[in-house]
Design a protein around this ligand. Structure first.
Ligand SMILES: *[C@@H]1O[C@H](CO)[C@@H](O)[C@H](O)[C@H]1NC(C)=O
Length: 328
């Protein structure tokens, strides 16, 4: 509790320093059903992860991972991660009892050991962001400790997989909280059907956002980002009027960055930002697993919210540049 007196001071300092936008996720959104809904939300994500590792470990052998450049004990550690996810499922399902949702059906796009590991990295990062974003909405403090206890393990998985991909295991001093609908939008891409009879969780997926996959990994402050057909799709769905400005809103750590998009020439109806935001006097550069949504909010007159999000969530891997002086 010794930090609680410090936090308002810190927050006030940051507000005075403007134009930093610190994320204020979930705090203003307590889902109907309260903690039971939040635990079922966590369980839904854990089922997804369990299913993902179960399939991956069945699809690929230890030799396949070694051949793909992931030397021992990588396979053994994947088995350990699978065991953790399985245990999270049985723990949460046990805690919820008859209120627990059941396992959905899933489809994952990975077809090789390398694409499996790349997706594993995204899913572990999303897991961290999900628990972090939900934390403020949890009412019962003992659940908060349980969620924190799972969160730190997910973040260790994330670091391990990132290191295996030769990415920074801890790319930024802060992890990124995501709100329920952002996470739900990411998870929904892999869910093909819900168990019959289960109550639907009170969350929605935004229209999908596709990034043109030409710039991997991205560099803060310089890489352009193209959102394939995003303008055309938003117009067709009546989510924007023809001349309404659309902003790409990037989430990284506790920072939120707004960048105005423009419509590309030609018929593809893409939206594009000239370059990813970089570090400023008050904000760290977006780094590591960065999330992006399209929104009509400009960050000044209005802030990004579920109501003004028109598409998302995209995931980018952004190289750390200019933040670290080296590896010691
Ligand atoms: C496992 O293999 C099947 C068949 O190729 C594929 O559809 C599925 O996406 C794979 N699962 C994972 C998690 O890689």
């Amino acid at each position: 509790m010794r930090y609680s007196s410090l936090l308002p001071v810190l927050a006030a300092g940051l507000t005075a320093a403007a134009p930093v936008e610190q994320r204020d996720v979930a705090i203003d959104f307590n889902p109907p059903g309260g903690d039971v809904t939040i635990l079922n939300y966590a369980l839904t994500l854990e089922y997804l992860e369990r299913n993902f590792y179960q399939e991956g470990l069945a699809n690929y052998t230890q030799a396949d991972f070694v051949a793909a450049g992931f030397p021992d004990p990588f396979y053994a550690n994947l088995c350990e991660i699978y065991y953790d996810e399985k245990t999270h499922v049985s723990f949460l399902a046990g805690a919820l009892g008859t209120a627990a949702v059941h396992e959905a059906t899933y489809s994952f796009p990975s077809t090789t050991p390398a694409s499996f590991v790349a997706l594993s990295s995204v899913l572990e990062g999303v897991g961290v962001s999900a628990y972090l974003g939900a934390a403020a909405a949890i009412v019962d403090k003992s659940y908060l400790t349980v969620a924190g206890s799972i969160l730190t393990v997910e973040s260790r998985h994330s670091s391990y997989i990132r290191a295996a991909l030769k990415e920074s295991p801890f790319p930024k001093p802060f992890d990124t909280p995501l709100d329920f609908n952002d996470v739900y939008s990411l998870a929904a891409q892999f869910i093909t059907g819900f168990a019959p009879g289960d109550p639907a969780l009170p969350f929605k997926a935004f229209p999908a956002l596709t990034l043109q996959p030409s710039q991997y990994p991205y560099t803060a402050g310089s890489s352009p980002v193209t959102f394939t057909h995003a303008y055309k799709n938003a117009l067709a769905a009546n989510l924007i009027s023809g001349d309404e400005p659309v902003y790409a809103v990037f989430f990284s750590g506790l920072d939120t960055y707004y960048v105005k998009t423009y419509v590309t020439k030609g018929n593809s109806g893409d939206l594009k930002v000239t370059s990813l935001p970089g570090a400023t006097a008050t904000m760290l550069a977006p780094t590591g697993q960065v999330y992006v949504v399209l929104s009509t909010a400009d960050g000044v007159s209005s802030k990004v919210s579920d109501e003004n999000t028109i598409s998302g969530v995209g995931v980018l891997e952004v190289n750390p540049v200019g933040q670290r002086t080296g590896v010691f």
